[in-house]
Design a protein around this ligand. Structure first.
Ligand SMILES: Cc1ncc(COP(=O)(O)O)c(C=O)c1O
Length: 573
């Protein structure tokens, strides 16, 4: 009731104060294109009741199918209309809908009816709310037309990603809304559209992005005291991952690094053995080789995939064999979500009968010839660290086709406790098992994995399109066999770029935008400087010229634009 009174009074005052402005806008609409001043459309209101929303007309009259999504540059939008849309002036007549009681000032933005017919279960609760002129989800997607423009299939993306995400945000608002929150949203809307003052907020490289389910799963753990490394969520999490990895067996562990360590132990790698390892990677791929006392031999990258170069790999194997030190394993990394040249590398590994451990820590959801990464070698490893595409706060998983290896991994990960009523140990064990609470978070995250991949891919497309005018910047692209989750969007500055990577990084940092140089190759790391390495200069060059751009799936289109504008600013200065 209070909200209704607040809405009514605010809308009335708003309409009276804005009347001269609204009249001028109406006249300009009439003068700049043929047709009516207002645009009316059927939208879904409270309790799924249809109502007619009133807007200023921003498109040409009789523009055809009213149910198609609108993108920036859409031929149907008039010049003046695109100005109205940019500053959300086209929404102001909605104050009339607020007066008549069909809408509130704040609530879920009313979408087209056919989307709401697809809502199921708890999600339908958002229909209990009155739709709003602004709302928590419309703040995030203020410029969604721009994001849709970078999609091959905007309608699918609008539903699969944007609409579903809006539903989630609106459901959270449904569970926790009051007048104070409404006031904050109103101020944020005015502030954002008029002053753009959120520009100072820090944009992180790849922060975690939670959906609505994680807390529900975790609450269940607390209610039933399943907080240790024992409980049903670990099993469910492993089952979910098993489905994603085409029925491989899974051991959920407490980090990707721990998973790599166990993969090496299970591959029989021992003290003094040689392990061939991608040089262009994070140190966590190489450190476990040192944990088992083996010697890493680093292999540089190929220029197409940025991952292990098959030619150098074979040269290294031949050399090792000549020295009577046949490598015990190959640590193959799929960096930034991009598949390595798997066919070529597996052919070499099979030829010399050397097991491959796939470090797919950054590549969950990526595929090669439609097969998930991690399922080509003897073992695959994923990471669920806080910055990964989905997270368990901290965690990892080891996957393998062979059930016995996974049983053994679980045994080793729980202190290698023999099957006795008391504590008996015949082997050295580790405390590497994932906790049930982390698995609960992971279950919520896996529900949105597909969505996150689409978002990451859209982020990469957006950057690529928006920065296409800067010839000094290029992107790492897929080939016909590879499908990347684009965990991080990476750019490479051309050799003749007037700006170097560090200048660009510091420029972004000054604007409170986090970016990061590409991984420094292992053969250049002080700790590994004595190790054998096969180098062609590619990874060193990538390190010198490459930068990871902010790629968080909770970035709004305004955030993405902010990054793009800052990069352009530097190049166009
Ligand atoms: C390529 C690579 N390998 C291994 C790891 C280790 O994973 P975790 O941090 O879960 O131990 C990471 C990420 O952190 C990584 O990026």
């Amino acid at each position: 009731m209070l909200k209704r009174i607040f809405d009514f009074i605010s809308a009335l005052i708003g309409l009276i104060v804005l009347l001269p402005f609204l009249v001028v806008v109406s006249i300009l609409i009439k003068l700049t294109s043929k047709g009516s001043v207002f645009y009316k459309q059927e939208r879904t209101g409270q309790n799924a009741k249809l109502f007619t929303i009133l807007k200023f007309r921003s498109m040409i009259e009789n523009h055809g199918d009213k149910n198609t999504v609108t993108v920036i540059g859409d031929q149907r939008i008039t010049n003046f209309g695109s100005f109205l849309r940019k500053y959300k002036i086209d929404e102001l007549p909605g104050l009339w809908n607020v007066l008549t009681g069909d809408m509130s000032l704040v609530g879920p933005r009313p979408d087209l009816p056919h989307y709401y017919n697809l809502l199921k279960g708890e999600d339908r609760k958002i229909l209990d709310l009155k739709p709003g002129i602004t709302g928590p989800a419309s703040l995030k997607y203020a410029n969604e037309e721009q994001l849709l423009k970078s999609q091959q299939d905007p309608a699918k993306y609008h539903y699969e990603v944007i609409f579903k995400d809006k539903v989630r945000i609106n459901l959270a608002y449904y569970k926790n809304n009051n007048l104070l929150i409404d006031l904050k949203i109103i101020f944020a809307t005015i502030f954002r559209f008029s002053y753009g003052s959120q520009e100072i907020r820090r944009i992180w490289l790849s922060p975690p992005n939670f959906s609505k389910s994680e807390l529900d799963f975790v609450k269940r753990d607390f209610n039933l005291s399943w907080v240790s490394s024992f409980g049903p969520h670990i099993n469910s999490f492993e089952n979910c991952l098993s489905k994603i990895s085409k029925d491989f067996h899974v051991a959920a562990l407490n980090s990707g690094t721990a998973s790599l360590h166990l993969a090496l132990i299970l591959s029989g790698v021992k003290k003094g053995d040689r392990v061939l390892c991608s040089s262009f990677t994070f140190s966590a791929s190489a450190n476990p080789i040192a944990y088992v006392g083996a010697n890493p031999v680093f292999i540089d990258s190929d220029i197409d995939s940025w991952n292990m170069c098959p030619i150098l790999l074979e040269i290294a194997i031949e050399d090792c064999i000549l020295e009577h030190e046949k490598p015990k394993a190959i640590m193959l990394v799929h960096l930034y979500g991009m598949p390595a040249k798997i066919d070529e590398i597996m052919k070499i590994a099979n030829k010399y009968d050397i097991p491959v451990i796939e470090d797919a820590a950054e590549a969950l959801g990526s595929t090669y010839k439609n097969k998930p990464l991690g399922t080509f070698g003897s073992f695959g490893v994923y990471s669920f660290n806080g910055n990964k595409i989905v997270t368990t706060s901290g965690g990892g998983a080891l996957i393998c086709k062979d059930k016995d290896f996974i049983e053994k991994a679980k045994f080793l990960a729980t202190q290698a406790r023999d099957d006795k009523p008391h504590y008996e140990h015949s082997e050295i064990g580790y405390n590497y098992r994932m906790s049930n609470v982390c698995a609960a978070i992971g279950l919520g995250q896996l529900e949105v994995l597909e969505e996150r991949i689409l978002q990451k891919r859209a982020i990469k497309s957006f950057y690529k399109e928006q920065l296409s005018s800067i010839k000094e910047i290029s992107f790492l692209d897929e080939n016909e066999d590879s499908y990347s989750n684009f965990w991080l969007t990476t750019i490479l500055l051309s050799k003749n770029s007037t700006i170097d990577r560090e200048q660009l990084r510091l420029h972004l940092e000054k604007e409170n935008i986090e970016s990061r140089p590409l991984w420094k190759p292992m053969h250049l790391q002080p700790i590994f400087k004595e190790c054998k390495s096969y180098v062609n200069g590619v990874s060193e060059d990538l390190f010198n010229r490459g930068l990871c751009l902010p790629s968080g799936t909770n970035m709004s289109i305004t955030d993405l634009k902010r990054v793009v504008d800052k990069i352009k600013e530097l190049y166009e200065a």
